[in-house]
Design a protein around this ligand. Structure first.
Ligand code: GDP
Length: 297
């Protein structure tokens, strides 16, 4: 399928004489290969350029230790830089849910995996952190989505806010808050409506919900396989709603992870979790190492 970056660089450096430090030319030659690898991994062009510049600075003149080849040396510099960009602030996967009941707002486009991720995260909070969680669906235009969350709740043993027909999303958010307080819940999760694409109505609705809920975390759920579209979605949601983190779903697919790098570079927001399948356990803390390996091939 894809040529491994180490192999590519090995090939490049085989042709060069071994020297004590990486020369400017060596680095330039190697970085052309790195650039191709990044673009193949679906990293956006401006982000790839910016990344290459940073690596070039670090690599030029770097001493080559005897135990590694220049190719391996460049791969290591690239790898470390990738980890640096991918790693957000704070502990990976940490959430600000200290003062109960802490609201978590789940946002994203339809089909991105928002409802599934809401339930997966609720399960994780319950099982790993011993939290009492309440979930509420705000997707009033899609009764099936509201039903889906209720079904998942039963499956994982997490309460969902009873559905009242005709109630608007802001009213549901308020009821969830009251219920979470009265019921002694640690966390309440608001699964907002999704649309096929970003539109004013959706944004205005999510904004109104955000204003009443005052969420501790606003997590954007995006399909990691959609590459640059995922990055645009993140930019838009962050600008309008203000997100605190990202969950990349479908990372069990064969995407090469470039969206993760672009997303970090463009929004600066941490990727907190990755979705690795349809099952309720298929949610993991985001590990920069793994994605870096995937991008490098
Ligand atoms: P929503 O419209 O954003 O709420 O999306 P859903 O949660 O309904 O998910 C849409 C579809 O994607 C469902 O069939 C999910 O099972 C599936 N899905 C969600 N997350 C993942 C994931 O991480 N990997 C895979 N393979 N499928 C997922």
């Amino acid at each position: 399928m894809f040529e491994n970056l180490s192999e590519r660089l090995g090939g490049v450096f085989d042709r060069l004489t071994k020297q004590g430090a990486l020369s400017e030319d060596d680095v330039k030659t190697a970085l052309r290969e790195v650039r191709v690898a990044l673009l193949e991994a679906d990293v956006s062009l401006p982000v790839a350029r910016q990344f290459i510049k940073a690596v070039e600075k670090k690599a030029t003149g770097a001493a080559v230790t005897k135990s590694v080849t220049p190719g391996q040396q460049v791969v290591k510099i690239v790898h470390d830089e990738l980890i640096g960009v991918l790693r957000g602030e704070g502990e990976p996967g940490s959430l600000k849910i200290d003062s109960p009941p802490a609201p978590i707002l789940m946002v994203g486009l339809q089909g991105g995996g928002k409802t599934t991720t809401t339930a997966k995260l609720a399960k994780r909070l319950k099982e790993r952190d011993g939290k009492k969680v309440l979930m509420a669906s705000l997707d009033v235009n899609r009764p099936a989505a509201m039903e889906q969350l209720a079904i998942l709740g039963t499956q994982i043993g997490v309460d969902t806010l009873p559905i009242i027909k005709g109630e608007d999303p802001v009213a549901i958010a308020k009821r969830a808050k009251t219920q979470a307080g009265l019921g002694g819940y640690d966390v309440y999760m608001l699964d907002t409506a999704g649309r096929l694409s970003i539109d004013e109505e959706l944004m205005a609705q999510v904004e109104a919900v955000r204003d009443v809920a005052n969420p501790r975390e606003t997590l954007l759920v995006v399909d990691g396989l959609t590459g640059q579209d995922a990055v645009h979605t993140a930019e838009n949601f962050d600008e309008r709603i203000g997100i605190s983190g990202v969950v990349l779903t479908r990372m069990d697919g064969d995407g090469r992870g470039g969206a993760a790098l672009s997303m970090r570079a463009v929004t600066g927001k941490p990727i907190k979790f990755v979705g690795l399948g349809e099952k309720m356990d298929a949610l993991e803390t985001f590990e920069p190492d793994r994605i870096a390996g995937r991008i490098l091939g």
